[in-house]
Design a protein around this ligand. Sequence first.
Ligand code: TRP
Length: 452
Amino acid sequence: MKQKRGNFGSMLGVVLATAGSAVGLGNVWRFPYMTGQNGGAAFILIYIACILVLGIPGMISEFVVGRHSQTNAYRAYDRISGGKAWRFIGLLGVLTSMIILGFYAVVAGWCLQYLYAAVVGQVGGGTTAVSQYFQAFSSDPWRPSLWAVAFILLTHIIIIRGVRKGIERASKLLMPILFFLLLVIVVSSCMLPGAVKGIEFLFKPDFSKVTHSVLLEALGQAFFSLSLGTACLCTYASYFNKKINLFRSAAHIAILDSIIAILAGLMIFPAAFSVGIQPDSGPSLIFITLPNVFQQAFAFMPILGYVISILFYALLVFAALTSTISMHEIGTVFFHEELHISRHQAAWILTGCCSVLAVFCSLSVGANTDIQVLGLSLLDFCDKLTAQVMLPIGAFLTSIMIGWFVAPQLLHDEFTNGGTVNGWLYPYWLFAVKWMVPLCIVLIFLHQLGIV
Ligand code: TRP
């Protein structure tokens, strides 16, 4: 069993894979559009507070569950607490990650389409033409659905081939390139005429724009971006060895993830303000802003714009892929170990279910606007349901279990790697897990419901 579980080659690889899971469309697509819809700088401040106060302690908790138990999410929760009822957190995680994969693949498919469009030089013209391009293709019944399913199949192939060689090596090379390219685009975007307004929007908090739902939206975004609350981190941590410093890994990943999100904001907003795109355009924001950046910022040398746009979409696809792999892996290893079927069969269950959901999500945005739940398109509904309900509940229950139902000695051993690393932060972490995380999540829910 052990042999089969070891999917990653080196320990650096495992931590990188965890970072790869965190960095994805959540940073580059979701963070800017959420920030835009929630008034900018004030949202970012609340988001950062959520990362620090709730996100990092929550990540460590999931790491502890996974590394201690060395098994799939469902069994891991049971093994660490000795209580069967906690398994349902793992089960909830499997379900949540399947729903996320369903709608995430649609947006990842849009990125594939834009990669293709960048190669053939299809997205051109002014701001209106670029917006129309997005409208036209996202409401096509076939193409976006096919791209989404193609993306899930791509994930499937990597999952069954094993993550070891390709992905791990590619991550080490491509993640730094993505980072560098992001910097280049940030600088170009900030140099566009009128870009200052966008920078102000990002960094000058205007608390009068803070609506009452902003807390839950920021919390959801923080958890989504860290891949927290679905047992994803717990599944990856089941491949960690006993030498990995859990606190340090969580802090590094959270900081890297937030820096990338803020860079993505700095890439989008100055340009959006410069060309007159509304910051609150919603999920289409990056798709209608970026082509303008590539055209206008590199107007002095269009070939540079051409090359950079291709590279950028290719890297975005790659970043999305390292995230979809993590969502797929949670369910695959669960079905494989619990139903006693082969990894291949398990992977097909995931691929099948998520593809069906992806097609419906894709149709719900454009072609068939009747596919609605509670007045939202199915895609928006799945996004909100997972980020704002299921992830916080997953993280809440994990905290309660870790804080109150697991032996403190075990937690201390995991936190300090059996006493080999400095544990002065341990009491703070334990306090956060026992009190802060559960209380804040409850308060944020109550606030959303208008009770406090
Ligand atoms: N964190 C990823 C992103 O920012 C998305 C993601 C990957 C995720 N795995 C997850 C979100 C598990 C929630 C749960 O794009």
